[in-house]
Design a protein around this ligand. Structure first.
Ligand code: ADE
Ligand code: ZN
Length: 330
């Protein structure tokens, strides 16, 4: 049995395994520029975030119907449950689908179908977080928020992802203000490839409650001190960082230093179909490469539930936290 945990940084489109990609391509009559899953897998060698995003957006072509999104999410939830995930807060990228003629309703209703059954089928509670693509315009982000208005009962919050450098959080001040006025929770990717100042902007200008990645915060001691003082959760993704060459090797990952500094770290999978593992694979990898003690691993799991948006159901959070405390490491 795996350590019980919440997954807080997971792009549903990043769970598209090669087998499902080819299955959906056949179902939808979409042709992929790869002969088979084996040839596709050879494309999974990335030099940076952009080189990954190119493939990530290309493969989305196979996602066309509500059922496709439901199948994608259900496959993720089955894998996540098998890796100890009790609660998942799941990102999706509507602009990447709307640009291909697949509407907001198709995406949200399809994902909603799988998420609505997740508790019963997989024993996983879920929330959806709608991300804006930061390499698209601020106007496009605002149009996306408008398009989501009929579906807000299914959406817990907003996030910010895609190519970071050159697209600072401040570009999205207006749409985050509008999202806050609608009662949406706010998170943003910052400090993955971008500088520590983007983390500061995400906090001060966008009003985010969590930072996705936040790795480069370590370059700014004053920022680290603030993140510790304000107990801002960071959703780290160690295998992603290695695959996207943000860190050279897992053994050099700053996670132990970040925990020692008192930062509220969590461990997540980001885009598990592309980065070599789901969330417990990330836990196992950091345990092995960084020698994290059982108590450190328990701290990461505890943090994941404390940082989750379960404020409307504190009883559930308490139940999950009790499971973490009761877990016995083998
Ligand atoms: N979209 C999917 N995965 C991402 C990542 N790791 N960083 C930014 N945008 C993303
Ligand atoms: Zn991400």
């Amino acid at each position: 049995m795996s350590l019980p945990k919440a997954e807080l940084h997971l792009h549903i489109e990043g769970t598209l395994e090669p087998e499902l990609a080819f299955g959906l391509a056949a179902r939808n009559g979409v042709s992929l520029p790869y002969a088979d899953t084996e040839e596709l897998r050879t494309a999974y060698r990335f030099s940076d975030l952009q080189s990954f995003l190119n493939l990530y957006y290309e493969l989305m072509a196979v996602l066309r119907t509500e059922q496709d999104f439901a199948d994608l999410a259900d496959a993720y939830l089955a894998r996540a449950a098998a890796q100890g995930v009790r609660h998942a807060e799941i990102f999706f990228d509507p602009q990447a689908h709307i640009a291909r003629g697949v509407g907001m309703g198709t995406v949200v209703e399809g994902l909603g179908r799988a998420l609505g059954a997740a508790e019963e089928r997989h024993g996983v509670s879920t929330q959806l977080i709608m991300c804006f693509l930061r390499d698209e315009s601020a106007e496009s982000a605002m149009e996306t928020l408008d398009a989501a208005k009929p579906y807000l009962h299914r959406i817990a919050g907003v996030g910010l992802d895609s190519a970071e450098v050159g697209h600072p959080p401040v570009k999205f001040a207006a749409v985050y203000e509008a999202a806050a006025a609608l009662g949406l929770r706010r998170v943003a990717h910052a400090g993955e490839e971008g500088p520590p100042s983007y983390v500061v902007q995400a906090l001060d200008v966008l009003g985010v409650e969590r930072i996705d990645h936040g790795l480069r915060s370590m370059e700014d001691p004053a920022l680290v001190e603030r993140l510790v003082r304000e107990r801002v959760p960071l959703t780290l993704c160690p295998l992603s960082n290695v695959r996207l060459r943000t860190v050279d090797t897992l053994a050099e990952h700053p996670l132990p230093a970040m925990l020692d500094a008192g930062l509220m770290c969590t461990v997540n999978s980001d885009d598990p179909a592309y980065f070599g593992g789901y969330v417990d694979d990330n836990f196992r990898a950091v345990r092995e490469a960084l020698g994290l003690s059982p108590e450190r691993l328990r701290e990461l799991a505890r943090n994941s539930f404390e940082a989750s948006f379960l404020d409307h159901d504190e009883e559930r959070r308490a139940r999950y936290l009790a499971e973490v405390e009761a877990y016995e490491f083998g």
